[in-house]
Write a protein that binds this ligand. Sequence first.
Ligand code: HEM
Length: 493
Amino acid sequence: MLARSSSRWLAPGNPGMLSPASSQFPGYRRAHAVKGELYSPSFQRKGTRPFNEVPGNWKTGWFNLYHFWQEGGFHNVHNIMARQFQKFGPIYREKLGIYESVNIINPEDAATLFKSEGMFPERFTVSPWVAYRDHRNKPYGVLLKNGEAWRFDRLILNKEVLSPQVMANFVPLLNEVGEDFVRRVRVQIEKSGRGKWTADFTNELFRFALESVCHVLYGERLGLLQDFVDPEAQRFIDAVSMMFHTTSPMLYIPVKLFHWINSKTWQDHVKAWDVIFMQADKCIQNVYRAKEYTGILSTLLMQDKLPIDDIKASVTEMMAGGVDTTSMTLQWAMFELARSPGVQEQLRTEIFAAKQAAQGDMLKMLKSVKLLKAAIKETLRLHPVAITLQRYTTQEMVLQDYCIPAKTLVQVGIYAMGRDPKFFVKPEQFNPERWLMMETKYFKGLGFGFGPRQCLGRRIAELEMQLFLIHHNARKQVKAKPEWHKDHPQLMQ
Ligand code: HEM
């Protein structure tokens, strides 16, 4: 049940967000590190070491890719990367298939990178996602755009999706779904007559997450928390999983090749995106019919600041991005809490006190659950949705004394950083309090990315997870069986 999600959103190894060929936007040239001719390898600032001396295996891309797949490839990328940092130190250069990058782990280096990212930060290109849109002639949303076009859309979307002013609109919508989920679990437990409920919890949480994100996007309930689930909605969930699943094999090899030979992976990828776009389109059509304000989509449509096709593209991306991200994080949070009964007890005490003080005012309550927020941060430290954050350097910079040319793909290994004792004391321990006490959190809490290109759905995700965990932990503590996991070592990986 708690196997690492095969559908990680945005990792390097996990595809991440991507950039289309942005040559369509004048004045903005797509940065791409792969092509050696974009920089001079001999570039070097005084007193620093040249780029070609960065340690790592970056001379044999195809050989490395072969080894990468042998070691479990995409599904093991987090461990492979942590090992590479141990082998080469805090910076290494690698080439996998056609992609080359410089990988860093040190928070100070992450700060150097992000502080210089400029107005148009750009991530790793997830070529299969772009290839699908080009194949079906669909517009890119904010996830896939770059340059001026990205910034224009992003600033408008930020106001409706990320700004503190709109949070109050989301709380009742997400609260309702969180309450319903917990109610459903209790009903199922009672119905079973055994005091427990056996279910495919991953899928239950997928349904919860899709229900939540759709409620804020479309102001509509899909009815996914009922016993009978619309098969179309389940198809959407399966399609999101399939879309991620088929992305990884096509990451480091030119997608054109898969397309050209019409491989099964490419066919499945196209089918998955077709279902995602079709379902999103259906939801969008329903909002057109609604008469009153309902959710983010209708606000964007009423404002009329973005072309309808661009709104649809970004809303579709948000719908697809809002499923396995929050659901997997919640699953990991519950796993960590279950094996740390002391922390769970503290959380319950905090939630109980906040509830008493807030007297039904959810917004007020959310302001006073610091440990809960820290627990989510701690979950993302140990189990980040994205294994790395990526940026193309906008200028020459020095990292760990090495000169890194402009337009180089640099990946911040946030999974490896989160588990390194140099940056976190006793990193293997789930200890949310570290986020409340730590003197410096400088560039360490990067689960949602950083800067103007950080996760657009961050506030929605945070609220959704906080409200879920509030309802999940709102009951009086039933004495937990301590250290049950010792009997289940396979769950400890
Ligand atoms: C636990 C939940 C989530 C995590 C950990 C997460 C993490 C991330 C990360 C790391 C990025 C890349 C940021 C960067 O490069 O600096 C990202 C981007 C993005 N996320 Fe999330 N995400 C989550 C949930 C969501 C949800 C619920 C939505 C939609 C409502 C969403 C929509 C997006 C979009 C559209 C982008 C691309 C933004 C852009 O390129 O401008 N995410 N997310």
